[in-house]
Design a protein around this ligand. Structure first.
Ligand code: UDP
Length: 253
C-alpha cells in the first residue's frame, strides 16, 4: 500500500495529505519539547491523549458555533482536519499571570488578571516566537485589521468555552495558546481555530490543590507528564482504555 504523502513534520505533530482535496490528516506524536526544543523527551501515550483531548475541545467548539479545523477522529493518533493557511501568529489568552508574562512584567505567578488579556507572538523558532503588537501584525501584512478583530473574537469565545469546561471538572484555565487559519469557502475566506488544543498548549491548575496538570510538569520537572494529562482526560471523561504505559507492544516471555 502506498505511504501517505507527508506534508509537514513539527515538534509534536505530523501532517499528511488527506483523502479529499482540502483535507489533511493530523498525527499526534509522543514527543515533548520545551524551551524552543532545547529540552526533549518521548512521553509514552502523550499523542493518544492529546488526540482525544483536542478532539473533545474542538468538537465542543464546533457544536457551539466556533469554527475549527476539526472534522473527525480517525484512530488513536490521527484526526481528519480541514486544510487552512495558518496565520503566522500564536494567539495567547491569559486569565491568571504565569510563565513569560510573570517574568516579563514581574507579576507573581497565580495572580488573577483584572480581565482576560490577549497577546500575539510571531511564529518564528529562530527568533524564539517574539511578542508583537497589532501594529507589527498589520504593518508586516501577517493579518489585516478585520482578521485581528476576528482573531480576538475567536480567542474570547474559546476562552469562555474552555474556562467553563475546565471549571466543571475542578480545573482553572490559567492561559492557553491557539493558532488560527484561513479556510476558503468558495470566494470567501473565514478564520477558524486550527492546530490543537491540549494540555501541551494550556496551563491547567487543579482548583483545590493548585497542582499543575499541563506541560509545565515537563518544562519544570514536576513529575509524570503522562499522569497529569491522563488526569485531565479522566476528569473530562475522554480517557481511552488502552493509553499511556500500555500503548507499546509488550514482550511475552
Ligand atoms: N504556549 C504554547 N506554545 C508556545 C508558547 C506558549 O503552547 O510556543 C502556551 C503555553 O503552554 C501557555 C501559554 O501559551 O499555556 C502562554 O505561554 P507563555 O507565554 O507564558 O510562555 P512559556 O512560559 O510557556 O514559555
Amino acid at each position: 500500500m502506498a505511504r501517505r504523502n507527508k506534508l509537514y513534520e513539527g515538534k509534536a505533530k505530523i501532517l499528511y495529505e488527506g483523502p479529499e482535496p482540502g483535507t489533511l490528516v493530523q498525527y499526534f506524536k509522543d514527543d515533548a519539547t520545551a524551551f524552543n526544543a532545547e529540552k526533549k523527551d518521548v512521553i509514552d501515550g502523550k499523542g493518544v491523549l492529546n488526540n482525544r483531548l483536542s478532539e473533545y475541545f474542538m468538537s465542543g467548539l464546533n457544536n457551539i458555533g466556533v469554527p475549527t479545523h476539526f472534522i473527525k477522529r480517525l484512530n488513536m493518533r490521527e484526526q481528519l482536519i480541514r486544510q487552512v493557511e495558518i496565520i503566522p501568529l500564536e494567539v495567547v489568552v491569559r486569565n491568571v499571570a504565569a510563565g513569560s508574562m510573570s517574568k516579563r512584567l514581574g507579576i507573581e505567578e497565580g495572580t488573577p488578571l483584572p480581565r482576560p488579556i490577549i497577546e500575539f507572538y510571531y511564529k518564528d523558532d529562530k527568533l524564539g516566537d517574539p511578542l508583537v503588537t497589532e501594529e507589527h501584525i498589520v504593518a508586516f501584512g501577517w493579518a489585516n485589521q478585520q482578521d485581528l478583530d476576528d482573531m480576538v473574537a475567536l480567542a474570547v469565545r474559546v476562552n469562555d468555552f474552555l474556562s467553563g469546561v475546565m471549571l466543571a471538572v475542578g480545573i482553572r484555565l490559567i492561559d492557553f495558546k491557539i493558532e488560527i487559519g484561513r479556510a476558503w469557502e468558495g470566494d470567501f475566506q473565514r478564520l477558524i481555530v486550527a492546530d490543537e488544543i491540549s494540555p501541551d498548549s494550556c496551563r491547567l491548575w487543579d482548583i483545590e490543590s493548585g497542582q499543575k496538570l499541563d506541560k509545565d510538569v515537563f518544562r519544570r520537572d514536576l513529575g509524570s507528564l503522562a499522569d497529569a494529562y491522563t488526569e485531565v482526560a479522566r476528569r473530562l471523561g475522554v480517557l481511552p482504555s488502552n493509553v499511556t504505559h500500555a500503548t507499546k507492544p509488550h514482550l511475552i516471555n
